[in-house]
Ligand binder design. Sequence first.
Ligand SMILES: *Cc1c(COP(=O)(O)O)cnc(C)c1O
Length: 469
Amino acid sequence: MARSSVDPQFHTIIEPFRIKSVEPIRFTTAAERERALEAAGYNPFNLHADDVLIDLLTDSGTGAMSSEQWAAMMRGDESYAGSRSFDRFEAAVKGITGLKHIFPTHQGRAAERILCGAALEPKDIVPSNTHFDTTRANIEAVGAVAVDLPLPEARHPEVLHPFKGNMDVDALRLLLEEDRDRVPFVMLTVTNNSGGGQPVSMENVRAVSALCRRFGVPLMLDCCRYAENAYFIKLREPGYQDKSPREIAQEMFGYVDGATMSAKKDGMANIGGFLALNDDELAQRARNLLILGEGFPTYGGLAGYDLDALAVGFGEALEEPYLRYRLRSIEYLGERLLAADIPIIQPTGGHAVYLDAGKLLSHIPASQYPAWALSCVLYLVGGVRSVEIGSVMFGRQPDGSEKAAPLELVRLAFPRRTYTQSHVDYLAEVLLHVGAMRDRVRGVRIVEAPPVLRHFSARFEPVDGALIG
Ligand SMILES: *Cc1c(COP(=O)(O)O)cnc(C)c1O
């Protein structure tokens, strides 16, 4: 990948910004972390943020805003209807997406809920490369069926593919031939968050779009990480080297009929989202639902100043020095881990490094949640908070039984513009240390758990009395 520096002869990754306002992070001792983790029932979600040194729980809404965004917030027009802030927000979104009706929402799942409420009936089917969990939940909440059609390669962490987030076009064709009448729209998630933050190629967007047009089915983009995806296309897809991320994003949106967005990702802000639609009739239904649940269509659950922060943020997400530094920094951490034989999903995605805990801790059976144990050990050893994406998150079946998840992963998601390269070097040091003591890590068992979404609040204990033997 291109070097993240001014001149190709220099290899140091530097942040393309300097820092104007700082927020201290708190150092803790190993004994303090041990007490905090025990009090949290060995669940990192229950930790207090003050007890965390580097917080990689999520990249959602956790990024730093720029001085231009803070300045724009002072221009916020808080008029209930027809505010200037909305005009700037709408112009920014239209300038990138070219879509006709733009509705602000308080975050991505609100856009999904409105889209599903306006377009779906019970028993409908919505195919995607991979649905994000809130998208799936909103589809299922109206009685419809969410279907994932990822590439076969996406199921294998070590298999290299430049666009591992692509949709399986043949599988989509089969589904549409069989069940076209039950499919009100198809979705494509860029980048494919649940599939490891892997990008989707322009060729795949084009093929999916052509297929949708052939069957007369609208195509919606879950565009939370549209900018990261655009930069991957520039780096990896022939014919795009000389295009700007903005031009690439514009082309991609040109193939779709609508989009849902969590602006807590590539909106570079702490809250916000939108629903964008071309179809007038669908937009009318969406507008009614928006008013019912979010607010008047020119603010949709956000303050005027939020709209202004986003109007600036959408453009900043597409700036090349920023994207180069972000992707390169994550790739760099991946390289350090691979060099030390620490297994990860390859290649690294746009917003996170995914550790393959099933492989790293192969002595711990899935029934003792190796990824959960690893996530706890990262906190104990280094004060790092991560998230398990494995059998705790996905293992409980609707009938109450347990089934091992296909992969036991720990995700290290990077907030935007928040941590520096020295934080990344520290992380590498912690991870290498944990990698060297992998044989001593022990599993956990669940002590108490709610019936649904148990990972948020379940309590655990180490099976052998301690996490590290
Ligand atoms: C975060 C996310 C969402 C949901 O957005 P929220 O703002 O958290 O409601 C939907 N899709 C993808 C791919 C996401 O990453």
